[in-house]
Design a protein around this ligand. Sequence first.
Ligand code: WTA
Length: 653
Amino acid sequence: MVPSDEKDNTPESLKALPTDERISPINRLQDTWKHSIERPEEFWEREARQLHWFRSWDTVLDWEDHHATWFKGGTLNASYNCLDRHLDTPVRNKVAFFWEGEPGDKRVYTYQQLYKEVNKFANILKLRGIQKGDAVALYMPMIPELPIAMLACSRIGAPFTQVYSGFSRESLAERMRHLEAKVLVTSDGLWRRGKIVDLKGIADSAVGSCPSIQSVIVVKRTGHDVDMEAGRDLWYHEELASVDSGHVEPAQMKSENILYVLYTSGTTAKPKGVQVSTGGYLTFVTSTLKWSFDVDERDVWWCAADIGWVTGHSYIVFGPLIHGLSSVMYEGAPEYPDPGRVWRMIEDYSVTKFYTSPTLIRHLMKFGDDFPNQYDLSSLSILGTVGEPINPDVWRWYYRVIGKERCPVSDTYWQTETGGFMIAPAPGIELQPLKPGSACHPLPGIDPLIVDEDGQPVEDGVKGYLTIRKPWPGMLMTLYKDDARYQEYYWDRYPGAGQDLFYTGDYAVRDRDGYYWLLGRSDDVLKVTGHRLGTIELEDCLVSHPAVVEAAVVGKKDEIKGEVPVCFVVLKVGHERSQELIDELKQHIRNTIGPIASPSDIYFVPNMPKTRSGKIMRRVIKSLTDGESVGDLTTLEDPDAVNEIIKVVYPKK
Ligand code: WTA
């Protein structure tokens, strides 16, 4: 059973659903799903044939010690699948990206133009000594050179990591060191809410502690003054002028070769390097994009995410390009210069399918219906969301005001680790009745099981931990250079379960119609504006400040951001509480992790509530900040610590 002190988050709409309104079984989707679960290899083999393979595979799945090797013996290339194979078709002259910068500047790339740019970039990387297997780090804003760089790396077989441009110097340096990247690609800056962010300055301070970096390639975006270190730093546009622009032969990659490593937050201070394969991952993103958004050649697709996160990797770059779609890509803030920006762009480009986060919808919803109502949104046919549970009211607003009650909403549940959608509506297979706030059913090939603490299945209607039973092609291969942590976190959680269960870290409940409801994280991971943040990362950062001896961080519900971090800090003797110290600690977090980790509040307390064995009881602190009952306190070492927290959080009570 899920701990009884956990609040029951079952959505009201689920509890209230009368039996006679329950939804009858869905045939086409159910049949496809059933076949995929009964004969997974036959099923996935057919899906993999959508890609171009230089050599076909010998075995579909090799499953050993929780490591899946999909399509062993097969060879392919990601950039070939995204670009070259369209060149003999009408897609050649079709737009791949309609790009808009925040200030309003525009660029358009056809598939053929993108192919040429990617080859030039691949030539530059080769000149810098990058060969198959060498790692490249990208610290790039949302400009076309980012997908170009990703495709250039994959063309020559160089695993890459894209570090979100909002991350700090420390976060960038840690990732580059872990990956032992040889080249860093960055830009002079980026535009955000009308201001320049000096990316190159941050990159410079990170590169100093990364001996593996030999060259830094800098794309000119904002044009402000930056330092260029002779012998190390190169302007991309200058290299372009001199480099051979010819075709670079795409590397023949084994299906299980690494396409990219994407670092994400987990339950320890160190981010996890999610290691992604080539053949399995590309098969999975291609299939899932078709199922959940029913994409075809007429679509104008807009995934309004940042490529710094997995959503952008899978559904701005690889999935849409493999399908030959035209995509919209946008650099800046969604409400710049006014809250109609996103809706105007949907009208301007006649976007047919729009995919974003609940945070962005909540944010734009607060400006009212007038902004979206000023624009012609009739081109839209499917809407989507990702990253956090969507509240049924927000879902309804999106459906009514943006989709005009014509567009199904694909609420897609997935993770960096899963590579692509796992539980989501599948209008590409069969349009089914939707329930606002539910991600609906597992996609074909995905076999979820909701379990209790011991890994035993719970009944429908009972909240539990979401696990996945079978490997699927998009699944991470392991954690880069840390297989022990991979085994421990994802697979060792339920030793008595009697079967392999992949642990997602999420709570879920399945209702009697078989619909899944995602109920938030069950581990120490927060979702702040849909972005993943480990509470322990924040605690570690606070404790690294000379004034702090102990810290506890919990997530507090927030109407717009979903959750915000709230910090409790015990000061070292000799340090006084002050507003200056609060500001300093906030700045310390921004510098160490990045602005997205900025806490809403920092409270000073004399002691932390701890168990007798000395473990900080975050559960108690979280209940206190959420204004909920704290439950059983008998295991507390010092119950007074609770009163101290109440005093600082609710000073007037
Ligand atoms: C959460 C983002 C509810 C969940 C693609 C998961 C969701 C984490 C949904 C992964 C959804 C993602 N409904 N919760 N539709 N989609 N999540 O790795 O907690 O940044 O474990 O990948 O986001 O976040 P990540």
